[in-house]
Design a protein around this ligand. Structure first.
Ligand code: BGC
Length: 415
């Protein structure tokens, strides 16, 4: 037999075996050290099933750049197989009629029984699964360098904002940077939502930032939140504008800065650099938020594609994402906890164990709230507008607290 005859015989045998391998083009924004290691686990799993992984990584923490690129690809009729989208944006994409129905995989793999109902609902459009969740990130964390705390004479992680500012003063006096911060609006809002939660509590957070209630947005509690938020800024360094979040994490890692307000993808950075929790870095709920949990669930939606190989690859990707093996290895790297229920946590560190416990506890007590900064709570249009108003306030000390509050309340009316 000639080579081409051999090849077609092999292909026929492959087709008869029922195995269809396909290419899966996956749009994501996991490009930092810890993120890239986590994404690689998914790539490996797909490659082990015989599929070709086409990496479509768009740099930019928080995913704003990725979402812009995604829109242009879908509008031009050339969507990727899967894209990392989440929260209400999933519903918006599904309403456009461009997402594939994942019910067959979800049924076969029993997703309804394996996911918290709140999460399953976000993954469904009109009762059908259109996205697969990978994890639960907690956003209301404070990270710290034990070395800096020691040098500055800070005895323990601050539990309240009074303790936090007292610690920040000591770090400043020791000649170090109290707060490592970066320069995108989602980083500002990550800090802001933790402050609102710490100052006002979970009910106020829900009213102001999730229900976008005008009374809450124009209240004394919001005023106090904005004052606290502005005060935090005075403890950041002048080079913060434009800095990526992982570079801010590196400042804590290198003992240059004391604290960072950031979700637990920061832990993924520490871990990727070989750092040990409790020894090389510390985690605690952001001041005043120990009884609350801002959740951020990463997920992948699949786009409607005609090619059978591509469809098979999509189904395999969805199944891989929800498999216990992937949920464990991915989340060990990513800093988050598995979204799949009933997973053993013995390989996870104390920060993840605390997160897992608090996720369950706060779901019972009402302290579990969606992160606005990370696309879980309000429509993308309202989210963008509020983020801009908050960042303008953060970046421009000339905007008074009263005006900042008015601007945010107005932005919240964006449809
Ligand atoms: C995502 C994380 C990601 C982080 C920084 C968040 O919105 O949920 O997965 O690591 O942004 O890029």
């Amino acid at each position: 037999m000639k080579l081409n005859q051999l090849l077609s015989a092999a292909m026929a045998a492959f087709a008869l075996s029922g195995a269809v391998a396909g290419e899966v083009e996956v749009l994501h924004y996991w490009t930092s050290g810890g993120e890239a290691k986590s994404a690689a686990e998914l790539r490996k799993m797909m490659q082990s099933k015989g599929h070709t992984w086409k990496d479509f990584a768009v740099a930019g923490g928080g995913g704003d750049n990725a979402m812009t690129v995604l829109k242009s690809r879908v509008v031009s009729g050339n969507p990727p197989s899967a894209a990392q989208i989440k929260g209400p944006a999933i519903q918006e994409w599904a309403a456009e009629g461009v997402l594939a129905n994942l019910d067959a995989v979800a049924k076969a793999e029993n997703w309804d029984a394996s996911l918290p109902v709140v999460v399953a609902n976000v993954m469904k459009y009109k009762g059908n699964y259109v996205a697969a969740p990978v994890n639960v990130h907690r956003v209301n964390w404070l990270w710290a360098s034990p070395e800096v705390l020691k040098k500055a004479g800070v005895p323990a992680m601050p539990k309240t904002f009074d303790e936090f500012f007292a610690a920040a003063d000591k770090i400043k006096a020791a000649g170090l940077i109290p707060v490592a911060h970066g320069g995108q609006n989602w980083q500002d809002f990550t800090t802001f939502e933790s402050v609102v939660l710490g100052v006002g509590g979970a009910k106020f957070y829900q009213d102001a930032l999730v229900k976008l209630d005008q009374k809450a947005l124009n209240s004394d509690t919001m005023k106090k939140s904005l004052e606290t938020f502005r005060k935090i800024k005075s403890y950041t360094d002048p080079a913060a504008p434009g800095r990526d979040w992982n570079l801010a994490t590196a400042m804590v890692m290198q003992g240059k800065a004391g604290f960072q307000f950031m979700g637990d993808w920061a832990k993924g950075e520490f871990i990727a650099a070989g750092k040990v929790p409790g020894k090389d870095f510390l985690c605690a709920a952001a001041p005043g938020t120990a009884n609350a949990f801002t959740f951020n669930v990463d997920s992948f939606a699949m786009y409607k594609l005609k090619d059978a190989g591509a469809q098979k690859a999509q189904a395999d990707l969805a199944a891989a994402i929800m498999s216990p093996a992937f949920q464990e290895v991915f989340n060990l790297n990513k800093g988050s906890i598995p979204v799949r229920l009933g997973m053993k946590m013995d390989k996870f560190d104390d920060c993840a164990k605390l997160s897992s416990k608090d996720f369950v506890d706060t779901a019972r007590t009402g302290g579990l709230v969606p992160s606005v900064a990370h696309g879980m709570a309000v429509s993308p249009a309202a989210e963008g507008a509020i983020k801009d108003a908050v960042s303008q306030f953060w970046n421009n000390d000339k905007i008074s607290v009263a005006d900042g509050m008015k601007n945010i309340a107005k932005a919240a009316t964006t449809q």
